[in-house]
Design a protein around this ligand. Structure first.
Ligand code: 2HA
Ligand code: ZN
Length: 277
């Protein structure tokens, strides 16, 4: 079938547009990718073309040799994905050497995959390994409240996890592993990919200080939903902080332990420290 007729492509387009509607993607901000299962690649193979030149990814991802990805384009606007998907997104193939890729569909008017391609692929490689191939979706955007939090809190996994968990009861259920924090780094290079993929061994959420949020999950819904939950908790945090009033009550460590028991979660003790008030 045609690429645009495939359900996974339509679902990817919808996810991008939902993110645009949430306000996470000013101009060309943000990027997303999906590691396409073999059967879905076969379903669109007749609409792919394999004459483009191989191009260096900018890093090595041997664990992704031969894999296909649906991915947003560099400099393309999320806002335009739904209006003109063929010009805004691409299907790429990773070469057997694990260090080159080629475009096999999309980016009709030219261009390349997102500037964060090395980071996306390095993180897909980690997630494929640690989830036994289950995780396929990576999503990055620039949500206002989460970014605002990175200016007023110490850039530590423990602090961000604990504050986000306290803001909304469902947060520890949605991201029981917690969140990792990457200090400010130059975007688009290999270095931010290396730092993020270290965190992705353990977490599904990485906060990029003064920049945005980076999430990985199994499905489009779960990835988007996790991103949404983190940003909503951040919004509550910023609203509370903006009042300048002291916090009079919150969820305590024993509350999280009780939640973990009833919801059958493992909440790492490193996040359940006693706070000084
Ligand atoms: O502009 O968000 O991190 C795309 C980005 C780079
Ligand atoms: Zn960004």
């Amino acid at each position: 079938m045609k690429v645009l007729e495939a359900k996974f492509v339509q679902d990817f387009i919808t996810m991008c547009n939902d993110g645009w509607l949430q306000g996470w993607h000013e101009r060309n901000g943000g990027n997303a990718s999906y590691r396409i299962p073999e059967a879905e690649v076969e379903s669109i193979r007749e609409d792919l073309s394999f004459d483009a030149v191989w191009t260096p990814i900018g890093t090595d991802v041997p664990g992704l040799a031969g894999e296909f990805f649906l991915i947003t384009g560099s400099g393309k606007f999320f806002q335009n994905v739904i209006r003109d998907p063929e010009a805004s997104i691409a299907v790429i193939e990773v070469a057997e050497n694990g260090s080159d890729y080629r475009i096999v569909w999309g980016l009709r008017d030219g261009g390349k995959p997102t500037s964060e391609l090395p980071t996306h692929l390095m993180n897909h490689e980690v997630k494929k390994r640690v989830t036994n191939g289950q995780f396929r979706v990576i999503y990055h955007g620039h949500p206002v409240n989460l970014i605002a939090m990175t200016f007023i809190l110490p850039l530590k996994d423990e602090i961000f996890t604990r504050e986000l968990w306290e803001m909304m009861t469902e947060c520890p259920v949605i991201f029981p592993e917690g969140v990792g924090v990457v200090p400010w780094m130059v975007p688009g290079g290999r270095a931010i990919g290396v730092e993020t993929s270290k965190l992705m061994e353990e977490y599904n959420v990485a906060v990029w200080a003064h920049h945005g949020l980076f999430c990985a999950s199994d499905t489009f819904d779960n990835c988007f939903g996790m991103f949404h939950a983190v940003e909503k908790a951040a919004e509550i945090y910023m609203k509370v902080a903006s009042t300048g009033k002291p916090i009079l009550s919150t969820i305590q460590p024993e509350g999280f332990r009780a939640l973990a028991k009833d919801f059958d979660l493992t909440l790492p003790e490193k996040f359940l420290f006693e706070k000084e008030n």
